[in-house]
Design a protein around this ligand. Structure first.
Ligand code: DLL
Length: 414
């Protein structure tokens, strides 16, 4: 791979956005001759994707795009990504590689409860599982009772879903009188939202499995950017043959050394349809150079410790407070003062939205207030895909801030 020609040169000559960004930064693809030179290239951020919505950053003609996926943007519109046939092939191989790192083979049966659709989790894992030659059960999310029946009857040896859904399945199974530890499951591959060692312990105890962490984001390819191995269970191997990873100080943009916490930044090396240069993920982690027990030599990243922006992940759905705000502002009678309270009941995330109403509307009868609450709940579900409990409050009742408003109260103890 010749980086300056095949990666930097390609985006420079095919995507107007990159030409402008490189020119502004005073750098040309020919200036990049060592790995360190990459630091001279400008960052790409989520707003750039939004400004070029939907297909403006694609580096391949639509006739070569075979798949589109999307995830939350910072306001109304989602972030759209595209794949050529070769990209799908690359992604499938990376996902198959991730499954192998979890100790799976063609003899395994994989219960895939990541959502199928615009979200990359379902189809990403699915193609990887098929590529491995395993038997995949395309469950998708929801229908928990049915999931438990299939887990009992089909005897899958591995399960892929969000860690909170794994706990929910364990709870519901228990309620149904199913001994969830005696299922055939051996391994779980969990990601798409933050989790902790404590959650790992709980999932492993309740399901009697080995629980492993998988990381990825739609912009970079989907799941399969980094994967924890069954032998090491100490950080996730970043697949550096396809993605260059850096960590930066989110305030200054300066690179931070290995071992220090910073924001993950990725540059894709092999993607055709949607290559990204120095994409700022907003995910915080630490890179570890030391070799892993398993013998893999790729750099490892610690499990994600947080975000450098205000994105929330609620039941696996990425939500920005600004998106909720734009839904609220679209409804007459609401004031731009609101509070979002995120909590966890059992293993399920809950979202409560408290929003102020103008005086005249608030004095209306209860029935019409309930109608407005229902309308907000419906709009939030329709636009953002999350279920919220809405509570209207009187004008001037929520806390005011002199500086930056703190609208999110996250009570989850993950
Ligand atoms: O969540 C892709 C994925 C699917 C990863 C299935 C793993 C398994 P997006 O919807 O674009 O893509 O959301 C990406 O989710 O920037 C992180 O903030 C968060 N995230 C993903 N994996 C993890 C993880 C998919 N293992 C965003 N731990 C990312 C913590 C994660 N956060």
């Amino acid at each position: 791979m010749i980086f300056n020609e095949e990666v930097a040169g390609r985006v420079y000559h095919t995507v107007g956005f990159y030409k402008r960004a490189f020119d502004e930064a005073g750098v040309t693809p020919d200036d990049i001759s060592t790995l360190d030179d990459i630091r001279r290239l400008p960052f790409t951020v989520k707003q750039d994707l939004r400004d070029n919505y939907p297909f403006g950053l694609f580096a391949a003609p639509m006739s070569n795009i075979v798949r589109l996926h999307a995830s939350s943007g910072t306001t109304g519109k989602p972030t759209v990504v595209g794949y050529t046939q070769r990209d799908i092939e690359t992604w499938s191989r990376l996902m198959a590689r991730s499954l192998v790192a979890a100790g799976l083979t063609k003899n395994d049966i994989i219960h895939n409860a990541y959502g199928y659709g615009l979200f990359t989790g379902g189809l990403g894992v699915h193609y990887g599982a098929e590529r491995l030659g395993a038997s995949v059960i395309p469950m998708s999310g929801g229908s928990t009772k049915k999931q438990i029946m299939i887990l009992q009857d089909f005897g899958p040896t591995a399960i892929c879903c969000t860690p909170s859904y794994a706990l929910y399945l364990a709870e519901r199974g228990g309620d149904m009188g199913v001994d969830m530890r005696s299922l055939n499951l051996r391994v779980g591959i969990f990601g798409a939202e933050p989790w902790s060692e404590k959650m790992r312990q709980e999932i492993e105890d309740r399901l009697g499995i080995t629980a492993l962490d998988i990381y990825g984001l739609s912009e970079i390819i989907g799941p399969g950017v980094a994967m924890e191995c069954a032998e090491g269970r100490d950080g996730l191997h970043v697949f550096e043959d396809h993605f260059i990873v850096e960590t930066i100080n989110p305030e200054t943009g300066e690179n931070v050394p290995y071992g220090e916490e910073g924001e993950l930044v990725f540059t894709s090396l092999t993607k055709e349809a949607f290559p990204l240069i120095r994409y700022r993920t907003r995910d915080l982690s630490r890179l570890m150079k030391e070799p892993c027990r398993c013998g893999r030599t790729h750099v490892r990243m610690e499990r994600i410790s947080g975000r450098s922006d205000d994105m929330l992940i609620i039941r696996g759905v990425n939500v920005f407070p600004s998106q909720i705000e734009s839904v609220l502002l679209g409804i007459e009678g609401l004031e731009p003062h609101y509070e979002l309270i995120v909590d966890r009941e059992g293993s399920l995330d809950t979202l409560e939205i408290r929003v102020e109403m103008s005086e005249d509307v608030f004095s209306d009868e209860i029935k019409s207030l309930q109608k407005i609450e229902q309308r907000i709940t419906k709009d939030i579900k329709d636009y953002l895909g999350v279920t919220a409990k809405v509570k209207l409050v009187g004008s001037q009742t929520l806390k005011r801030f002199e500086g930056k408003a703190q609208r999110v109260i996250d009570r989850r103890k993950i």
